[in-house]
Design a protein around this ligand. Structure first.
Ligand code: GAZ
Length: 278
């Protein structure tokens, strides 16, 4: 039988949602992940399949159906893969988790816009916007499960949606010094977030990796764009992130070079340049 294929960008939060589902089921092999280099022109065959759109992840099912949007793919795989479902089976409970999931878009956007901000005069406004969204999540969790840790009794669909985003927001701790305040307004979401991030099915990425790979986002260059004066994207696969130094935290006054970021391959001797990823 042919496998499901997911076309994706490694380290993308949207595809980590799918990896978490597979890890929870112990079915990592049920899907073949194919890496797409978004700095290069898209393979015409894939473009034909997606009917011209370029956003990833995209699922090509074993039957050849094309499914876009990580949340749709997540729900599809949850239904078709064997094993206990991640979604709540009770319709009312499923509605509750779906309401929480409906908050992921604005939340994700607020964090990304914050890390990409280049205007120091706007820092406070970005911070307050994100804190308001955290307070809203706190209130939602208190309403539906005041004494628990997760939204229901265990890590579920909403947790699979939010955890990759919580982990990307390590870039806010590092580049913006952002922390959730320790107070009643945030206590419930604080516990939820900590439990989500500590869950063993979510360890596909590390804090160090996120900080190093997302340096270009912190300079305002998202989605594969190159920051000014640079030739290699911080998302490059080579040199591997583990071999590179931590980037400077201060994103507002300085911008590190390819060399300072450890992005230049020096041993080859034939002047081959790096391939930019994302
Ligand atoms: N809603 C889609 C899903 O599947 O959930 C989103 C998919 C998506 O945005 N994928 C991006 C992509 O494939 C990579 S991840 N881009 C390549 C292309 O050719 O379109 C998110 C942001 C943001 C900046 C970056 C990203 C991000 O805001 O992580 O906001 C949500 C892109 C400034």
């Amino acid at each position: 039988m042919t496998k499901h294929i997911v076309y994706h960008i490694p380290v993308c939060p949207f595809s980590q949602r799918l990896e978490i589902l597979l890890a929870l089921r112990g079915l990592q092999d049920a899907v073949e992940f194919r890496v797409v280099d978004i700095t290069k022109p898209r393979d015409p065959e894939l473009l034909r399949k997606t009917r011209g759109t370029t956003a990833l992840p995209v699922l090509e099912t074993s039957e050849g159906q094309i499914i876009k949007e990580s949340l749709v793919i997540l729900r599809y795989l949850d239904e078709v893969l064997q094993g206990p479902k991640l979604r709540r089976s009770d319709p009312g409970e499923h509605a509750v988790e779906s309401m929480l999931i409906a908050k992921e878009g604005p939340f994700t956007m607020a964090g990304y816009v914050f890390v990409m901000n280049q205007d120091q005069g706007q820092i406070a406004a970005h911070k307050e916007k994100l804190l308001a969204l955290y307070r809203d999540l706190n209130d939602f969790l208190l309403t539906h499960n005041p004494d628990g840790v997760f939204l229901f009794d265990d890590f579920g669909l909403a947790e699979a949606v939010f955890t990759p985003v919580f982990k990307r927001f390590w870039f806010l701790d590092y580049y913006e010094g952002f922390e959730l305040p320790i107070s009643d307004e945030y206590a419930r979401v604080h516990n939820w977030r900590a439990a989500c991030m500590a869950h063993e099915a979510t360890d596909q990425v590390s804090e160090e990796e996120i900080i190093k790979l997302y340096y270009d986002y912190a300079l305002g260059a998202g989605n594969g764009a190159l920051a000014e004066g640079r030739n290699v994207s911080s998302f490059t696969f080579e040199p591997h992130w583990k071999t590179r130094p931590m980037p400077p935290r201060d994103k507002y006054s300085a911008s590190a070079s390819d060399e300072e970021l450890g992005l230049v391959i020096t041993n080859a001797g034939h002047g081959q340049s790096n391939i930019n990823q994302i």
